[in-house]
Design a protein around this ligand. Structure first.
Ligand SMILES: Nc1nc2c(ncn2[C@@H]2O[C@H](COP(=O)(O)OP(=O)(O)O)[C@@H](O)[C@H]2O)c(=O)[nH]1
Ligand SMILES: [Mg+2]
Length: 354
């Protein structure tokens, strides 16, 4: 093997990752997060070894108890012999530095356990960068043999919801008294959740939060299904998945549906965790069994390839047509041409080149 051959280097690193070598896993994660040249070769090499891990997104407002709960989930999953990878997503805002530090502290007791791997995702300043990095880092952990990969987001921003879309199962953590129920609707959490945890059940108001959620889910499910049908979306587990080829309308059985269960817990004391894990596992079974679950996985891969194609095409076109783009912009600015025709002409040029 030549030391200068990037593909061979990537293959060597990939082999060490698949063998579960801790330092190589750490390096692979860093290369992927920082997009160090050659990271795509690494991901290409790793892909065949992926597809085995169960990916669980954990989202909810800051302070709801996600990290405390994640720590408990690790504990419970470890007790059943599962290897657990954890990604803590750190969006670009500077104030979250402290949150991640706190998260690490909350999970520190797993630091010496070989069956647990905790890392943060930090990519910033790149459109869709966070969710792409998270997805690719999940793949590294998947290839490295972690049975479950937990992805904890700091809050419920757009980027973070995007990340949970790449999970097989999404846990939305709420706490009484934060006004989370109302926010859940605004933030689109109702559509995102596969399972709800009402954490801090040791506090007043947990039962009221449960009731509010139940009501919203009952109303929301109907509304989501109706809206999904209108827009030609396939609706799975309350998650809108982009247009799949629609089955011919036969007016028969309604689409298989997953209604998110709600579980109360006290993360600090480790209460209700087993029940929460059971609810998540039921969702996992649904995703891997039901036709709707299979479609959901397929739809995500289609989306990923489409997104990759879009990026690659835009990069290729903008670099090949850099000069023409400038000219077109000037022409549009001078009203010599309209932007629609300009786009068509640029596309025609690009097609003629390739
Ligand atoms: N009373 C109570 N406090 C909790 C519970 N779970 C977490 N907390 C506390 O809530 C605060 C925020 O928790 P953290 O896990 O960092 O929340 P995150 O921002 O969602 O990750 C910490 O002070 C935790 O100790 C719980 O079940 N009951
Ligand atoms: Mg946290």
């Amino acid at each position: 093997m030549s030391i200068d051959d990037p593909r061979a280097q990537a293959a060597a690193l990939a082999a060490r990752v698949v063998a579960g070598e801790t330092r190589s896993i750490a390096r692979a994660l860093r290369n992927v997060d920082d997009r160090v040249p050659g990271y795509l070769d690494l991901l290409k090499e790793l892909f065949a070894s992926t597809g085995k891990a169960w990916v669980v997104g954990i989202t909810g407002n800051p302070g709801a108890g996600k990290s405390t709960l994640t720590d408990r989930l690790i504990q419970t999953l470890r007790a059943s012999g599962k290897k657990v990878g954890v990604l803590c997503v750190d969006p670009s805002s500077p104030y979250t530095g402290g949150a991640i530090l706190g998260d690490r502290i909350r999970m520190a007791r797993h630091a010496n356990d070989d069956g647990v791997f905790i890392r943060s995702v930090a990519t910033r300043g790149h459109l869709g960068g966070l969710s792409r990095s998270a997805r690719d880092m999940v793949r590294v952990l998947d290839a490295a043999g972690f049975d479950v990969v937990l992805v904890e987001t700091v809050g419920v921003g757009q980027d973070e919801l995007e990340i949970t879309r790449t999970a097989h199962s999404t846990l939305v953590v709420m706490a009484p008294g934060l006004g989370d129920e109302v926010q859940a609707i605004k933030a689109g959490l109702l559509e995102t959740a596969d399972v709800f945890a009402v954490n801090k059940a040791d506090r007043d108001g947990a039962d009221a939060t449960m009731r509010d959620l139940e009501l919203m889910i009952a109303l929301g499910t109907e509304a989501i299904v109706a809206a999904g049908k209108r827009r030609g979306h396939v609706v799975h587990g309350g998650v809108k998945v982009d247009a799949l080829p629609e089955a011919p309308a036969t007016g028969e059985a309604p689409p298989e549906q997953w209604t998110p269960p709600i579980r109360k817990c006290v993360a600090t004391r480790g209460e209700g965790i087993t029940e929460l894990v059971s609810a998540l596992e039921a969702h996992r079974a649904w995703v891997s069994g039901a036709e709707a679950g299979r479609e959901r996985r397929r739809a995500r891969l289609v989306e990923e390839v489409r997104e990759g194609l879009r990026e690659t095409l835009i990069d290729a076109a903008t670099s090949a047509l850099a000069h023409e783009l400038d000219e077109a912009a000037a022409a549009v600015d001078a009203r010599r041409i309209d932007p629609y025709t300009a786009t068509e002409q640029l596309l025609a040029r690009f097609k003629a080149m390739s």
